[in-house]
Design a protein around this ligand. Structure first.
Ligand code: DQA
Length: 176
């Protein structure tokens, strides 16, 4: 049965890409004292539930490969309005992921389960933060839900929020 209402609703729905970086597939088994006992599947289920409540379409992916994450970010330039990313260890090493995010210039929220600023010095620097709308670090899996709420709010009421993403700000300045 064709339902015109649903079809047009789907067309206007916000689409958000959620990316989990390396080793996050091991959540629930990996260093539980740092990352907790929740599995990635259960985090994704909570995100999907909240997305339904907010009428947002989320596309959730995990990869251990930097190149695959870069390809997905590049592809998100068409069809998505925002990105939530936990780049995991690539946070601290990947200029390629940072450059891909800057290139697509979509509002991006960086999420970390642990508080990276309280951990080893090599985790204190994020290559991603400078091109992100914001960073949520240290609140466990709730951080992903806050990121989705925040991004939804940002994308639904752009004029209310004066702050645009640093990447899109840079693009606007460059095109002047
Ligand atoms: C992490 C923090 C990173 O330093 C680490 O490499 C991860 C997970 C977090 O979610 O707390 O794999 O991004």
């Amino acid at each position: 049965m064709f339902c015109a209402g649903r079809a047009s609703e789907k067309k206007t729905m916000l689409r958000i890409l959620v990316l989990h970086g390396p080793n996050l597939n091991l959540l629930g088994r990996r260093e539980q004292s740092i990352y907790g006992s929740q599995s990635l599947d259960s985090i994704d289920a909570a995100l999907t539930k909240l997305a339904d409540e907010l009428a947002v379409d989320v596309d959730i992916r995990q990869s251990n490969s930097e190149g695959e994450l870069v390809n997905w970010i590049q592809e998100s330039g068409s069809g998505y309005q925002g990105i939530i990313i936990n780049p995991a260890a690539y946070t601290h090493t990947s200029i390629a992921i940072r450059d891909a995010l800057a290139a697509v210039a979509l509002p991006t929220v960086e999420v970390h389960l642990s508080n990276i600023h309280q951990r080893e010095p090599f985790r204190h620097h994020s290559h991603i933060a400078a091109v992100a709308l914001g960073q949520i670090s240290g609140l466990g899996s709730i951080g992903y839900l806050l990121a989705l709420r925040g991004l939804h709010d940002h994308l639904s009421a752009p004029r209310k929020l004066k702050k645009s993403s640093p990447a899109s700000r840079r693009q606007k300045t460059a095109s002047r």
